[in-house]
Design a protein around this ligand. Structure first.
Ligand code: ZN
Ligand code: ZN
Ligand code: ZN
Ligand code: ZN
Length: 380
């Protein structure tokens, strides 16, 4: 004790000599001169858990630190104090936004976070991931990573950069209460409420869904739903905020979303129809083998037929074909794909887009695709 007082005395003398408050702070036994302390209301790994988000509504509920995970040291003015004041002020602003968001939405607790590219809400209470049961807070952070990964994959696959996305922060919401989903649809997707998933496609990208225990019983099913629907938001947002699926380029719109499902899960189970039909499926979702069968079938829908439909007009076998057309083009050269998309977004026909971006006629494309499918997809 006495030696500690002696040290403090010496430091006080130094502080007087050099006139530096920092030197005095070095002697603070509580914070070791930092000026802030760790908030004790959180588990030890909290800073690591929170490191993938810039805001998390669950930690923000801490009455002591407001989710900053730090507290102002009551004993000194250390070097982090000024920076901490700014962090706290920014956090208070985010908490005010959170309270605004929660208005009119029932139930507790609200799980929402901000990541680099998403404003993300996740309300499922628990799910088994691998062998571990995760709670809502753990899932919020896990799914935040997963949707960021989709963003990264999308850019990588198509050779795009963040600047190509008109939407700077996509809003994605996964609810457990159907009423919250209806409220979110009314608020963020320009009216209408279907009780299931709904998107706003364009310069503002929004997807809101209520988890259905029959349709998404497991973690994988829910993850796959997002892996299908979020790329729709990206594709519509890039370059100009135009959704190609409303023109006659549904095959690109749906094909690319199915491609992500297949890439991550080897299975496609999500279909977008205005009239949502929960029983839609095609050959159990494993499409490569049945597509191979279609490629050999002269009675299959022709590419010129399929490539002349909106997303909503595609039949289920056409969804599978669309997936495979995209699979082929990405395999051929993913970085040419955006050039094709740019032309389609100008409402020009697939024929011109394919020719200009890939140098292929419709006939050549279908012939080459068929050869590739027969050589690549397995018979069984
Ligand atoms: Zn201190
Ligand atoms: Zn958190
Ligand atoms: Zn705290
Ligand atoms: Zn879709």
């Amino acid at each position: 004790m006495s030696s500690s007082f002696a040290v403090r005395g010496m430091l006080a003398a130094c502080a007087l000599l050099f006139g530096a408050a920092d030197a005095w702070a070095q002697g603070c036994m509580k914070c070791h001169g930092k000026g802030t302390l760790a908030c004790t209301k959180h588990p030890k790994n909290a800073p690591q858990v929170e490191s993938n988000v810039s805001f998390c509504s669950i930690v923000a509920r801490c009455a002591l630190c407001k989710g900053t995970l730090r507290l102002d040291c009551p004993d000194c003015h250390g070097k982090e104090e000024e920076e901490y004041k700014d962090v706290l002020a920014a956090q208070e602003k985010r908490i005010a936004e959170q309270l605004e968001f929660e208005k009119g939405i029932a139930g507790e607790p609200r799980g929402r976070c901000l990541t680099k590219h998403f404003d993300f809400t996740f309300e499922v209470e628990k799910l088994t991931v691998g062998r571990e049961q995760l709670d809502q807070h753990q899932l919020l952070h896990l799914y935040a990573d997963r949707i960021e990964k989709l963003h990264e994959m999308f850019n990588e696959m198509l050779g795009l950069r963040d600047g190509d996305h008109v939407c700077k922060r996509y809003r994605v919401m996964v609810w457990r209460n159907p009423l919250d989903n209806v409220e979110a649809q009314t608020r963020y997707t320009e009216g209408g409420s279907s009780g299931v998933g709904k998107k706003l496609l364009g310069a503002r990208g929004v997807y809101t869904m209520c988890r259905d225990r029959n349709k998404e019983p497991q973690d994988d099913d829910l993850h796959r739903n997002l892996a299908h629907n979020i790329p729709h938001l990206f594709l519509a947002s890039i370059f100009d905020g135009v959704w190609v699926g409303q023109f006659k380029a549904g095959w690109v719109d749906e094909g690319l979303s199915h491609w992500f499902e297949d890439k991550l899960f080897g299975q496609c189970t999500n279909f977008c129809y205005q009239e949502q039909n929960t029983n839609v499926s095609f050959r159990g979702g494993k499409w490569k083998t049945p597509v191979r069968g279609l490629a050999e079938d002269p009675k299959r829908p022709s590419f010129s037929e399929t490539s002349n439909k909106t997303s909503d007009e595609l039949t289920t076998p056409e969804h599978a074909l669309a997936f495979s057309y995209v699979d082929y083009l990405l395999n051929l050269d993913g970085t040419k794909f955006p050039a094709m998309v740019k032309i389609l977004k100008k409402k020009r026909p697939t024929r011109e887009a394919l020719q200009e971006a890939y140098g292929l006629t419709m006939f050549q494309f279908e012939e080459d695709w068929k050869k590739w499918v027969l050589a690549t997809y397995s018979k069984r």
